[in-house]
Design a protein around this ligand. Structure first.
Ligand SMILES: Cc1cc2nc3c(=O)[nH]c(=O)nc-3n(C[C@H](O)[C@H](O)[C@H](O)COP(=O)(O)OP(=O)(O)OC[C@H]3O[C@@H](n4cnc5c(N)ncnc54)[C@H](O)[C@@H]3O)c2cc1C
Length: 505
């Protein structure tokens, strides 16, 4: 047993994209603060933020149909799409700041331009897509979107999807070229390299087991190091950026805000194409519509990915049920999260979501051939031997009691939970996820450091020029920012990466 004890200003638990982003923001705003990071794995970005564990979509609501629901009067509600798009532009501004200040050298090491396409089949869905196109295409944030229901045009856009399609079912798509593929794993690793250069103490193979308040108002963490010894580290502020593991750590704090919250874990699988000829023919992220009864995070999509300077092709994710809260977690995670204070919330959620649980269990049981059958809805000529199964990350959806949904309502967004005095904050939930990390971490900063808001505002505005303003309401500002981030991140024009594929994996 070790008795190592330290005191610091800030502790970040977990080395994923959220801690990486918060640490980088804080180092820009308060360079003198001492920051420590504890990560249970060997490296940064190994859980959900890893490039093979998520889909790498820069979520800007350009192609994801779940952000534009149809209202009962038939019109399309674009409120969510605008919010998600605005939040993504907060990220692109911050990333541009890092590139412009040489904190990231080559933006193409983590972000690539890629058309985003929405694809639907069936008369009703085609009508919906046309309406969605009409609602979005005139909007400043979605300029450049095209619609087509002409098979010849679609063949140009998505040859792999149109080849061998014999069905007479109506089919249509929208395409917008300003989409992106983001390697969040690479970005996380780059940010952690930068944090280490800035003197941040990053400890891998250090698992946080417990945390409690000390009499002098600090948070003391019980940390198990690589040799199994226990260390104690205290800080004025702790961010719980444990991804799926955050709920279990938040519960250890005992703060009132941690009560009556539960987690619903959803696992994921991708099919990865191992045939370079097919990989080479596809160049887009193509999002379809979720099957009836399926959760929004299991919307099928066929994605070009850029990983390790290679072009790859992923289809999925197939959602499933697993009681683990992290890919490297334990089968006991779900049970360990059930406490007297959230028991009724969890029971209510269980009763309400029987159909969803049944759907996820059924999905989990699918054989590879059955998954290939689902892929054939997208790629009619798909051959089983060209595709391999890749296990993706876990997503833990928040369950809580809400006024609108009642007890045990399943949430599909992200949620910052913080103590009233701002001394601890946790990020729960997983969607829209890594794409909106900067917006969400600014929310953490605003909630937890209100006394610094005025002092830090000029620096935040220097990094994120649209901070505090709505791009949707300022078309000129949007055009200016869009042009400068495209330039900094080198997103316009021809892709600088030679896209000759050498295989998917
Ligand atoms: C299948 C799938 C597809 C997705 N697709 C997209 C997408 O296309 N676009 C997008 O923007 N987002 C996507 N997401 C969401 C995105 O991946 C997550 O929102 C994001 O990576 C979460 O980052 P994080 O830092 O919170 O968590 P993570 O990256 O999971 O990091 C948490 C870290 O905390 C560590 N940790 C946990 N507990 C402890 C402990 N007790 N002590 C020490 N360390 C601990 C873990 O080991 C891990 O390294 C997807 C997620 C999944 C699973």
């Amino acid at each position: 047993m070790s008795s190592l004890q330290t005191k610091t200003d800030v502790i970040l638990i977990g080395a994923g994209i959220m801690s990486a982003t918060l640490g980088t923001l804080l180092k820009e705003l308060a360079p003198d603060w001492k920051i420590k990071v504890f990560e249970k794995l060997d490296e940064a970005g190994e859980e959900s933020s890893n490039e093979w564990n998520n889909a790498g979509t820069g979520h800007a609501a350009l192609c994801e149909l779940n952000y534009t629901p149809q209202k009962s009067d038939g019109s399309i509600d674009i409120t969510k799409a605008i919010n998600v798009n605005e939040q993504f532009h907060v990220s692109t501004q911050f990333w541009s700041h890092l590139v412009n200040n040489n904190l990231i050298r080559n933006p193409q090491d983590f972000i690539m331009p890629l058309p985003h396409i929405s694809l639907v089949q069936g008369e009703q869905n085609v009508k919906f897509l046309k309406k969605r196109f009409e609602a979005l295409s005139d909007h400043t944030l979605f300029k450049g979107m095209e619609f087509s229901d002409e098979p010849e045009k679609l063949k140009e856009w998505i040859p792999v999807i149109m080849d061998g399609r014999t069905s007479q079912t109506p089919i249509a798509a929208t395409k917008i070229d300003s989409g992106t593929d983001v390697n969040f794993g690479a970005l996380t690793r780059m940010l952690f390299d930068h944090l280490k250069d800035q003197g941040v103490d990053v400890h891998y193979q250090h698992k946080v087991d417990d945390m409690k308040r000390t009499s002098d108002g600090l948070w003391e963490l019980k940390v198990r190091n690589a040799s199994g010894q226990v260390e104690r580290h205290a800080a004025k502020f702790v961010f719980i950026g444990g991804g799926g593991g955050s709920l279990l750590l938040l519960q250890k704090t005992g703060i009132p805000e941690s009560k009556h919250i539960g987690g619903f874990p959803v696992s994921g699988l991708f099919l990865a194409c191992n045939n370079p000829e097919i990989v080479e023919q596809h160049h887009a992220k193509v999002y379809g519509k979720a099957a009836v009864g399926a959760p929004p995070m299991s919307v099928p999509h066929l994605d070009t990915r850029y990983i390790d300077n290679k072009k790859s092709l992923l289809f999925g994710p197939f959602a499933g049920f697993s009681p683990k809260f992290l890919k490297t977690g334990s089968n006991l995670d779900l049970f360990a999260s059930i406490k007297p204070n959230n028991l009724f919330t969890m029971l209510a959620a269980g009763a309400k979501n029987m159909a969803l649980t049944k759907y996820l269990v059924q999905q989990l049981m699918l054989s590879k051939e059955q998954r290939i059958e689902e892929l054939r809805e997208f790629v009619p000529n798909a051959k089983s031997e060209d595709w391999d199964i890749v296990v993706a990350g876990q997503r833990v959806q928040v369950i809580k009691d809400t006024e609108a949904g009642g007890k045990g309502t399943l949430q599909f967004g992200t949620e910052v939970v913080s103590a009233a005095d701002g001394s601890v904050a946790a990020l729960l939930g997983a969607s829209p996820g890594a794409s909106t990390a900067v917006h969400v971490m600014l929310e953490v900063i605003n909630k937890c450091f209100p006394e610094y808001t005025k002092e830090w505002e000029p620096k935040i505005k220097e990094m994120i020029p649209s901070y505090g303003m709505k791009l949707a309401e300022n078309p000129e500002l949007f055009n200016e920012i869009h042009a400068s981030t495209e330039k900094a991140l080198r997103l316009s024009g021809k892709s600088p990466l030679q896209t000759t594929s050498e295989g998917a994996l």
